[in-house]
Design a binder for this molecule. Structure first.
Ligand code: AMP
Length: 273
C-alpha cells in the first residue's frame, strides 16, 4: 500500500493510467462500516484509493472536532489488511489555504434534518468532497447510506455540477444488536449504548408496520417516537428519495431518517424502504 499526503503527488501518481479507480473518503477511526465500502470499491475497480482526512470545515464551533477519535496507526494497518492500493492521508494545510473558494449546500435540502441542527455543516462536506474528487478523479466513489442526507447532497452536487464520477451508495453495517456502526459510538458509555439501541429499534418498528401495510407517515412517526423515548430526538422524518416530506410511505421510494442524542452524542440512522 502506498501512502501519499500531498494532493499534487497523488494526482501525478494516478494520471495516465487506464485503470478504473474506486474511491472511499473517510474521516478515520475506521470500523467495519468503512471496510464494507472498501470491499465494494475493491470488487468493482482496478485500483482502490481511501482518504483519511478529519475535515475541519464540516464541524461547527463547539462540536467534537478536537475530541473526534484519531487512530492513525490502526487505520493504516486496517487499510493495508483490507487491500487498499493507495491511502491518501493529507494534513489540513495540504487541503485548505487562506482565502478559500467554497461550495454552498442548497438552501432547502442542505438546511433541513442534520443541516437544521448543524447549519453550514454540508457546505464543509460538499467543499471537501469536491476537493477530494478533483484530486483522486475516481471512476466511482463510495458513500454509506447511513449518512443519507450527505449521500443525497453529494449525488445532487455531482448531477448539478455535471461531474463524471459515479456515486455508489453502500448499505449500513450494524453491530449484531442493531446499532449502526459509527466512529462516534466510541463516545458512548455502556448505558448510553443500551439507550442508543432504541434508534435501530424504532426503525425496526417502522419496517414492521410497513410490512403490515401501514403506510401512514403520522402513525409510523408516532410509534417511532414512542419507541425512542426517553432519548432526546432531533428529528424523525419520512421522506421520498427526493427528500420531500410524504404523508404515506411510497414503498421502494422512501427513506425514514432519525437523529437522536445519547448522552452528548448525536446518532443518525435510517431505513430505506
Ligand atoms: P466517516 O468517516 O464517518 O465520514 O464515514 C466515511 C464513509 O463511511 C461515509 O460515506 C459514511 O456514510 C460511511 N459509513 C459510516 N458508517 C457506516 C456504516 N455503519 N455502514 C456503512 N457505511 C458507513
Amino acid at each position: 500500500m502506498k501512502i501519499i499526503s500531498k494532493p499534487l503527488e497523488l494526482k501525478e501518481y494516478l494520471k495516465n493510467n487506464n485503470k478504473t479507480i474506486g474511491f472511499v473518503p473517510t474521516m478515520g477511526a475506521l470500523h467495519e462500516g468503512h471496510i464494507s465500502l472498501i470491499k465494494k470499491a475493491k470488487d468493482e475497480n482496478d485500483l482502490t484509493v481511501v482518504s483519511i482526512f478529519l475535515n475541519p470545515t464540516q464541524f461547527l464551533k463547539g462540536e467534537d472536532l478536537d475530541q473526534y477519535p484519531k487512530k492513525d496507526e490502526a487505520d493504516k494497518k486496517i487499510c493495508e489488511l483490507a487491500g487498499v492500493d493507495i491511502l491518501f492521508f493529507p494534513n489540513v494545510d495540504d487541503i485548505y489555504g487562506d482565502d478559500e473558494v467554497s461550495l454552498n449546500a442548497p438552501n432547502v435540502r442542505g438546511y433541513v434534518l442534520e443541516g437544521n441542527s448543524r447549519p453550514s455543516h454540508f457546505n464543509g462536506v460538499l467543499t471537501v468532497v469536491m476537493k477530494l474528487l478533483n484530486i483522486v478523479n475516481p471512476t466511482r466513489a463510495y458513500f454509506g447510506k447511513k449518512d443519507a442526507q450527505q449521500l443525497n447532497l453529494i449525488s445532487l452536487m455531482v448531477k448539478q455540477l455535471f461531474m463524471s464520477v459515479e456515486i455508489v451508495p453502500v448499505e449500513t453495517l450494524r453491530d449484531s444488536d442493531g446499532l449502526a456502526k459509527s466512529s462516534r459510538n466510541a463516545y458512548l458509555s455502556n448505558s448510553q449504548r443500551q439507550e442508543a439501541l432504541k434508534i435501530s429499534a424504532s426503525l425496526y418498528e417502522a419496517a414492521k408496520m410497513i410490512s403490515r401495510g401501514i403506510l401512514d407517515s403520522d402513525k409510523i412517526r408516532e410509534k417511532m417516537i414512542e419507541t425512542l423515548s426517553p432519548l432526546q430526538i432531533a428529528y424523525v422524518e419520512i421522506l421520498n428519495r427526493d427528500f420531500k416530506s410524504i404523508r404515506k410511505v411510497e414503498v421502494g421510494n422512501s427513506v425514514i431518517l432519525v437523529e437522536a442524542i445519547a448522552g452528548q452524542t448525536r446518532l443518525l440512522d435510517n431505513l430505506w424502504c
